[in-house]
Design a protein around this ligand. Sequence first.
Ligand code: NI
Length: 137
Amino acid sequence: MSIVYLSRRATFCASHRLHSEKLSPAENKKLFGKCNSANGHGHNYILEVIICGQLNPKTGIVMDLTKLKKIIEDSVVARVDHKNLNLDVREFKSLNPTAENMAVVFWEWLEEALPKDLLYEVRLHETENNIAIYRGE
Ligand code: NI
């Protein structure tokens, strides 16, 4: 039996403000700089969802990519696209919407929607150079 990894990419736009309730205003400003600006800023995010599973010898696939695409659309993109993450998304009302926290939240949403034990990795590209990677650990 072969184990194969499959990656599917999705994009969305959202705005956020990096701010931790556990830090003072001065500490927030120092740590997050411009990203702590009161009215937020936007990103064109790229989300990569990597699944890992048995290659079905009969069909030659691990999972129907059309189904994976729909799960990513319904469980993540529809909830965050063109939203203000801090104000519009329940999970980020009290959780700082950093790329790291977003990758963890997206993992939880995806895991609920995908067949059991298929999700391997969530990669969230916040900019061309900044990527948060989460494997459910
Ligand atoms: Ni940002």
